[in-house]
Design a protein around this ligand. Structure first.
Ligand code: HEM
Length: 402
């Protein structure tokens, strides 16, 4: 347990560190990758370049430090990150490396202002925070190893089928290469995919939501080909998957992870809202609700640029035709003359949402690009939807919607 004095030192230095937060974490990453280039096999280089990972790590360390005397208050955030860590294979032996370089970066950036007392306090606090992560992750490793069909680390999967869903989205149906069973998962969860792309020094990892209901003889991911192209960090993995991974090709996956999941105990009306490829966890939730809760009312709202990039349209329309509890709305920000059948032209806004969704009786799940998510979140809050009925997930590192 930390002493009162250490806790006071930590709390009093958080504002200063927050001010330098991103400089400190950028310095930290630079130094850590120099000393341990092998860690570049785990980290997403695109997130590094955009600075989102630095911000996410800095925010978490400071939030944890502020709650250092009652870390249980940030347990949900710890669990969400721990899912990502477990899915990428972060292990206890990695924590001292991160700790050493984080402390080193604080010292480097603050200079003389980082007294021995301050550094000592942060070293102790980091130890407490790291222990919290390690113990949550240990549980998750045990769970993924012991469940039926579960496994640890990455294992080879064969691409059984590749299906084009739109101009930019293609689905991959994946089965264990050894023919073994598949671990169960919850709708909304993701897998990490690991690729060794020819010409790349390090392995590349990405997370993709599973886009079909659990209980099928495959895992399905639906990947958007990023416009940036194969030479940019953003486009590398998605373009490689689209262009070079064919049926019967092998990719490596870690076991399903993530806490953005559909609560099947709840039977309130369900509203699933997605922008672009954010539809993947929503389709998994929709398909699951249809199978497991056929009496539940589900509204599926999807925003896309136009019909050409609108994936799985027919699938949702067919479900709605067969089940009167399912309804859908299509919103095209930039419809073409030939795009019939949509319900809204232009971006989703508060007035439209208010007229469309059932209000406080429903639960809301959404996923999409950050500006889209911010609009939806602000609109739902403005409609007085209680925050415990609002659930969302970011692509990539978590950010703030406020
Ligand atoms: C992701 C915090 C230790 C590797 C993250 C994220 C946060 C975070 C906030 C973003 C989660 C998201 O995607 O929403 C922390 C904290 C740590 C810690 C507070 C220490 C107490 C470590 C260690 C490693 C590691 C020891 C392994 C060397 C990663 C990786 C990601 C990640 C690879 C995914 C990011 C990406 O690829 O862009 N961590 N982390 N973390 N963390 Fe940690």
């Amino acid at each position: 347990m930390l002493s009162e004095k250490t806790i006071a030192t930590i709390k009093s230095t958080v504002p200063v560190l927050e001010q330098h937060g991103v400089t400190i974490t950028s310095t930290f990453y630079r130094n850590m990758f120099k000393a341990h280039p092998e860690l570049l096999n785990i980290f997403n280089h695109a997130n590094q370049q955009r600075g989102r990972q630095q911000t996410a790590l800095a925010n978490t360390v400071y939030a944890a430090a502020l709650h250092i005397d009652r870390l249980e208050a940030i347990l949900p955030a710890v669990k969400q990150i721990a899912h990502k860590h477990r899915s990428l294979g972060v292990k206890p032996e990695h924590y001292p490396i991160v700790g050493e370089h984080l402390l080193g970066a604080i010292k480097e950036v603050l200079g003389d202002a980082a007294t021995e007392e301050i550094l000592q306090a942060w070293e102790e606090a980091y130890g407490v925070i790291a222990d919290a992560f390690i113990s949550v992750e240990d549980e998750m490793y045990k769970q993924s190893e012991t469940q039926v069909g579960g496994w640890s680390g990455f294992k080879p999967f064969r691409v059984e089928r590749k299906v084009r869903e739109s101009e930019v989205i293609t689905s991959f149906y994946l089965v264990p290469a050894d023919g073994g069973p598949l671990a169960a998962f919850e709708p909304g969860q993701y897998v990490s995919i690991r690729l060794q792309i020819p010409g790349e020094t390090y392995t590349l990892n990405r997370q993709y939501s599973l886009s079909d209901a659990p209980g099928k003889p495959y895992y399905r991911i639906s990947v958007k080909r990023e416009a940036e192209g194969i030479d940019t960090p953003e486009g590398k993995v998605s373009n490689y998957l689209h262009q070079s991974v064919e049926e019967n090709g092998i990719v490596e996956l870690s076991a399903p992870a993530g806490d953005f999941t559909l609560n099947l105990e709840n039977s309130s009306p369900l509203v699933l809202i997605s922008g672009g490829v954010g539809l993947t966890p929503m389709i998994s939730m929709l398909n699951t609700a249809v199978e497991a809760q056929p009496g539940r009312k589900v509204m599926f709202i999807h925003a896309a640029r136009n019909a050409n990039v609108h994936a799985m349209k027919q699938h949702v329309e067919e479900l709605a035709e067969m089940n009167p509890n399912i309804s859908y709305r299509w919103c095209y920000s930039n419809p073409g003359a030939e795009d019939g059948g949509y319900h809204k032209s232009g971006l989703i806004d508060l007035a439209w949402l208010k007229d469309t969704v059932p209000g406080s009786s429903a639960v809301y799940y959404f996923c999409g690009p950050i500006p889209f998510m911010k609009t939806i979140n602000d609109a739902l809050l403005a409609m007085d939807i209680p925050s415990d009925r609002i659930h969302y997930e970011f692509f990539g590192p978590a950010a703030s919607l406020s």
